[in-house]
Design a protein around this ligand. Structure first.
Ligand SMILES: *[C@@H]1O[C@H](CO)[C@@H](O)[C@H](O)[C@H]1NC(C)=O
Length: 253
Protein backbone atom coordinates (compact mmCIF):
# COMPACT_ATOMS: atom_id res chain seq x y z
CA UNK A 1 0.00 0.00 0.00
CA UNK A 2 1.42 3.39 -0.86
CA UNK A 3 1.10 6.62 1.08
CA UNK A 4 -2.32 8.17 0.62
CA UNK A 5 -2.28 11.00 -1.88
CA UNK A 6 -3.43 14.49 -1.08
CA UNK A 7 -4.60 16.92 -3.72
CA UNK A 8 -2.06 19.70 -4.05
CA UNK A 9 1.67 19.68 -3.61
CA UNK A 10 3.76 22.83 -3.67
CA UNK A 11 7.51 22.91 -3.59
CA UNK A 12 9.21 25.57 -1.56
CA UNK A 13 12.94 26.08 -1.82
CA UNK A 14 14.48 28.28 0.82
CA UNK A 15 17.96 29.64 0.51
CA UNK A 16 19.33 30.29 3.96
CA UNK A 17 22.97 31.42 3.55
CA UNK A 18 24.47 28.79 1.25
CA UNK A 19 22.21 26.02 2.46
CA UNK A 20 19.27 25.02 0.28
CA UNK A 21 16.29 23.50 2.08
CA UNK A 22 13.30 21.98 0.39
CA UNK A 23 9.83 21.66 1.82
CA UNK A 24 6.86 19.96 0.25
CA UNK A 25 3.72 21.76 1.27
CA UNK A 26 0.60 19.68 0.84
CA UNK A 27 -2.91 20.98 0.93
CA UNK A 28 -5.21 18.96 3.16
CA UNK A 29 -8.46 17.94 1.60
CA UNK A 30 -11.62 19.14 3.32
CA UNK A 31 -11.49 19.33 7.11
CA UNK A 32 -9.43 16.15 7.40
CA UNK A 33 -6.50 17.85 9.10
CA UNK A 34 -6.19 20.46 11.78
CA UNK A 35 -3.44 22.25 13.64
CA UNK A 36 -2.83 24.59 16.56
CA UNK A 37 -2.25 28.29 16.00
CA UNK A 38 1.28 29.35 16.92
CA UNK A 39 0.71 33.11 16.91
CA UNK A 40 -0.89 36.12 15.24
CA UNK A 41 -1.92 35.91 11.57
CA UNK A 42 -0.73 38.27 8.82
CA UNK A 43 -1.37 38.95 5.13
CA UNK A 44 0.76 37.07 2.63
CA UNK A 45 0.89 36.69 -1.16
CA UNK A 46 0.66 32.93 -1.42
CA UNK A 47 0.88 29.74 0.65
CA UNK A 48 4.57 29.61 -0.22
CA UNK A 49 5.44 33.09 1.08
CA UNK A 50 3.21 32.38 4.09
CA UNK A 51 5.15 29.21 4.91
CA UNK A 52 8.50 30.91 4.30
CA UNK A 53 7.69 33.72 6.74
CA UNK A 54 6.20 31.26 9.23
CA UNK A 55 9.47 29.33 9.19
CA UNK A 56 11.57 32.41 9.72
CA UNK A 57 9.39 33.43 12.70
CA UNK A 58 8.84 30.02 14.33
CA UNK A 59 11.57 27.90 12.72
CA UNK A 60 10.90 24.13 12.94
CA UNK A 61 7.82 24.64 15.12
CA UNK A 62 6.05 25.88 12.02
CA UNK A 63 4.92 22.63 10.42
CA UNK A 64 1.74 23.89 8.82
CA UNK A 65 -0.03 27.06 7.76
CA UNK A 66 -3.60 28.11 7.25
CA UNK A 67 -3.95 30.22 4.12
CA UNK A 68 -6.98 31.95 2.66
CA UNK A 69 -6.54 32.68 -1.04
CA UNK A 70 -9.34 35.27 -1.07
CA UNK A 71 -8.06 37.42 1.78
CA UNK A 72 -4.37 36.46 1.80
CA UNK A 73 -4.67 35.71 5.50
CA UNK A 74 -1.77 33.56 6.72
CA UNK A 75 -1.88 31.78 10.11
CA UNK A 76 1.17 29.96 11.50
CA UNK A 77 0.46 26.42 12.73
CA UNK A 78 2.05 23.57 14.61
CA UNK A 79 2.40 20.01 13.33
CA UNK A 80 -0.81 18.94 11.58
CA UNK A 81 -2.97 16.09 12.87
CA UNK A 82 -6.26 14.43 12.00
CA UNK A 83 -9.42 15.61 13.76
CA UNK A 84 -9.36 15.02 17.52
CA UNK A 85 -12.74 16.00 18.86
CA UNK A 86 -11.54 17.10 22.28
CA UNK A 87 -9.04 19.65 20.95
CA UNK A 88 -11.31 22.66 20.83
CA UNK A 89 -8.74 25.30 19.95
CA UNK A 90 -7.72 23.82 16.64
CA UNK A 91 -7.80 25.53 13.25
CA UNK A 92 -9.19 25.77 10.59
CA UNK A 93 -12.60 26.24 12.14
CA UNK A 94 -15.40 24.15 10.71
CA UNK A 95 -17.05 25.86 7.75
CA UNK A 96 -14.28 28.40 7.17
CA UNK A 97 -12.85 28.87 3.66
CA UNK A 98 -9.32 28.78 5.08
CA UNK A 99 -7.12 25.99 3.72
CA UNK A 100 -4.57 24.01 5.66
CA UNK A 101 -1.17 23.24 4.16
CA UNK A 102 1.30 21.02 5.93
CA UNK A 103 4.91 19.93 5.65
CA UNK A 104 5.52 16.19 5.30
CA UNK A 105 7.32 14.89 8.39
CA UNK A 106 10.28 12.53 7.95
CA UNK A 107 8.98 9.26 6.54
CA UNK A 108 10.28 6.29 8.54
CA UNK A 109 11.83 3.34 6.72
CA UNK A 110 9.22 0.61 6.33
CA UNK A 111 10.13 -3.07 6.13
CA UNK A 112 6.93 -4.40 4.60
CA UNK A 113 7.41 -8.08 5.42
CA UNK A 114 4.66 -9.57 7.64
CA UNK A 115 2.17 -7.23 5.93
CA UNK A 116 3.49 -4.00 7.39
CA UNK A 117 2.74 -0.87 5.35
CA UNK A 118 3.21 2.85 5.56
CA UNK A 119 0.18 4.88 6.66
CA UNK A 120 0.00 8.65 6.57
CA UNK A 121 -2.24 11.23 8.20
CA UNK A 122 -1.67 14.94 7.66
CA UNK A 123 2.04 14.53 6.99
CA UNK A 124 2.84 12.10 9.83
CA UNK A 125 3.49 8.51 8.84
CA UNK A 126 4.28 5.23 10.53
CA UNK A 127 5.06 1.69 9.42
CA UNK A 128 2.19 -0.36 10.85
CA UNK A 129 0.72 -3.85 10.95
CA UNK A 130 -3.07 -3.92 11.42
CA UNK A 131 -4.32 -7.14 12.98
CA UNK A 132 -6.71 -9.22 10.92
CA UNK A 133 -7.98 -11.19 13.93
CA UNK A 134 -8.26 -10.57 17.66
CA UNK A 135 -5.51 -11.43 20.11
CA UNK A 136 -6.62 -13.28 23.27
CA UNK A 137 -5.32 -10.54 25.57
CA UNK A 138 -2.91 -7.59 25.83
CA UNK A 139 0.13 -9.74 26.49
CA UNK A 140 -0.51 -11.85 23.40
CA UNK A 141 -0.94 -8.74 21.28
CA UNK A 142 2.34 -7.41 22.68
CA UNK A 143 4.08 -10.73 21.93
CA UNK A 144 2.74 -10.90 18.35
CA UNK A 145 4.19 -7.44 17.71
CA UNK A 146 7.53 -8.24 19.26
CA UNK A 147 7.82 -11.43 17.19
CA UNK A 148 7.57 -9.22 14.09
CA UNK A 149 10.29 -6.78 15.21
CA UNK A 150 7.75 -4.21 16.31
CA UNK A 151 5.77 -3.01 19.32
CA UNK A 152 2.17 -2.09 20.04
CA UNK A 153 1.61 1.31 18.49
CA UNK A 154 2.74 4.33 20.50
CA UNK A 155 0.52 7.40 20.08
CA UNK A 156 2.61 9.72 22.19
CA UNK A 157 2.08 12.88 20.14
CA UNK A 158 -1.11 14.42 18.84
CA UNK A 159 -0.08 13.59 15.30
CA UNK A 160 0.69 9.95 16.08
CA UNK A 161 -2.44 9.57 18.16
CA UNK A 162 -4.56 10.82 15.28
CA UNK A 163 -2.74 8.45 12.92
CA UNK A 164 -3.57 5.58 15.30
CA UNK A 165 -7.18 6.67 15.44
CA UNK A 166 -7.51 7.06 11.70
CA UNK A 167 -6.12 3.59 10.94
CA UNK A 168 -8.24 1.98 13.70
CA UNK A 169 -11.40 3.48 12.40
CA UNK A 170 -10.71 3.14 8.70
CA UNK A 171 -9.23 -0.35 8.57
CA UNK A 172 -10.13 -2.23 11.77
CA UNK A 173 -13.36 -0.63 12.97
CA UNK A 174 -13.58 -2.96 15.95
CA UNK A 175 -12.36 -2.56 19.50
CA UNK A 176 -8.61 -2.74 19.86
CA UNK A 177 -5.65 -2.39 22.20
CA UNK A 178 -3.22 0.47 21.84
CA UNK A 179 0.27 0.42 23.35
CA UNK A 180 -0.78 2.21 26.53
CA UNK A 181 -1.35 0.60 29.92
CA UNK A 182 -1.03 1.07 33.69
CA UNK A 183 -0.43 -2.60 34.54
CA UNK A 184 2.64 -1.91 36.73
CA UNK A 185 1.43 1.12 38.69
CA UNK A 186 -2.30 1.80 38.88
CA UNK A 187 -3.10 5.24 37.49
CA UNK A 188 0.29 5.72 35.83
CA UNK A 189 -0.30 5.07 32.15
CA UNK A 190 2.80 4.51 30.03
CA UNK A 191 3.26 3.97 26.31
CA UNK A 192 5.08 0.89 25.08
CA UNK A 193 8.23 2.97 24.58
CA UNK A 194 8.22 3.78 28.31
CA UNK A 195 6.95 7.35 27.97
CA UNK A 196 4.28 8.54 30.41
CA UNK A 197 1.29 10.53 29.17
CA UNK A 198 2.10 14.20 28.72
CA UNK A 199 0.00 16.85 30.44
CA UNK A 200 -1.56 17.67 27.09
CA UNK A 201 -2.39 14.05 26.33
CA UNK A 202 -4.09 13.59 29.68
CA UNK A 203 -6.49 16.34 28.54
CA UNK A 204 -7.42 15.05 25.14
CA UNK A 205 -6.99 11.29 24.65
CA UNK A 206 -9.48 9.97 27.22
CA UNK A 207 -13.18 9.60 26.80
CA UNK A 208 -15.19 11.56 29.41
CA UNK A 209 -15.04 9.90 32.82
CA UNK A 210 -12.04 7.74 31.89
CA UNK A 211 -9.73 6.31 32.99
CA UNK A 212 -11.87 5.11 35.91
CA UNK A 213 -10.39 1.64 36.62
CA UNK A 214 -13.91 0.29 37.03
CA UNK A 215 -13.97 -2.92 39.08
CA UNK A 216 -10.28 -2.32 39.88
CA UNK A 217 -9.58 -4.33 36.78
CA UNK A 218 -8.98 -1.87 33.91
CA UNK A 219 -5.34 -1.43 33.03
CA UNK A 220 -5.29 -1.33 29.23
CA UNK A 221 -6.24 1.64 27.05
CA UNK A 222 -8.55 0.60 24.28
CA UNK A 223 -10.22 2.26 21.34
CA UNK A 224 -13.59 1.23 20.07
CA UNK A 225 -14.11 3.25 16.93
CA UNK A 226 -17.03 1.09 15.81
CA UNK A 227 -19.34 2.19 18.63
CA UNK A 228 -19.71 5.81 17.65
CA UNK A 229 -18.43 7.42 14.49
CA UNK A 230 -17.84 10.62 16.44
CA UNK A 231 -15.83 9.13 19.24
CA UNK A 232 -12.11 9.83 18.98
CA UNK A 233 -10.91 9.02 22.48
CA UNK A 234 -9.81 6.06 24.63
CA UNK A 235 -11.26 4.10 27.54
CA UNK A 236 -9.40 2.05 30.11
CA UNK A 237 -10.57 -1.54 29.99
CA UNK A 238 -9.67 -5.11 30.92
CA UNK A 239 -6.45 -6.56 29.52
CA UNK A 240 -7.72 -10.14 29.35
CA UNK A 241 -10.29 -9.82 26.57
CA UNK A 242 -10.00 -10.62 22.89
CA UNK A 243 -9.31 -7.50 20.87
CA UNK A 244 -7.59 -6.30 17.72
CA UNK A 245 -4.26 -4.42 17.86
CA UNK A 246 -1.84 -2.40 15.76
CA UNK A 247 1.92 -2.94 15.72
CA UNK A 248 4.48 -0.32 14.78
CA UNK A 249 7.96 -1.02 13.43
CA UNK A 250 10.67 0.46 15.58
CA UNK A 251 14.44 0.36 15.38
CA UNK A 252 15.09 -0.75 18.97
CA UNK A 253 12.38 -3.03 20.27
C1 LIG B 1 12.41 -7.29 7.41
O1 LIG B 1 11.76 -7.95 8.46
C2 LIG B 1 11.89 -9.36 8.42
C3 LIG B 1 10.96 -9.95 9.49
O2 LIG B 1 10.90 -9.19 10.62
C4 LIG B 1 13.33 -9.74 8.58
O3 LIG B 1 13.47 -11.15 8.55
C5 LIG B 1 14.13 -9.10 7.46
O4 LIG B 1 15.50 -9.35 7.65
C6 LIG B 1 13.89 -7.60 7.41
N1 LIG B 1 14.52 -7.03 6.22
C7 LIG B 1 15.32 -6.00 6.27
C8 LIG B 1 15.84 -5.53 4.97
O5 LIG B 1 15.62 -5.44 7.32
Amino acid sequence: MSIKNVSVCLLLVLRASSEVRQFFLKQASGQDCQTLQLGEKWISQSPITCQRDCLSLYSENCQSIIYNSQTGSCTPGSIAFGPIKKVTTSIPETGSSDKLYYVMQTIPPCNTSNNFALYDVCGTSACLYLSTSRADNYNDARTFCSQMNSRLVVGNTMAKFSLFWYTSKTYINDNLYTGLQDIDVEGKFVWENGEPLSYEQKQYIWHDGNPDNAGNNQHCAIAFPEVSSKKTTLDDARCDLRRHYICERCSQC
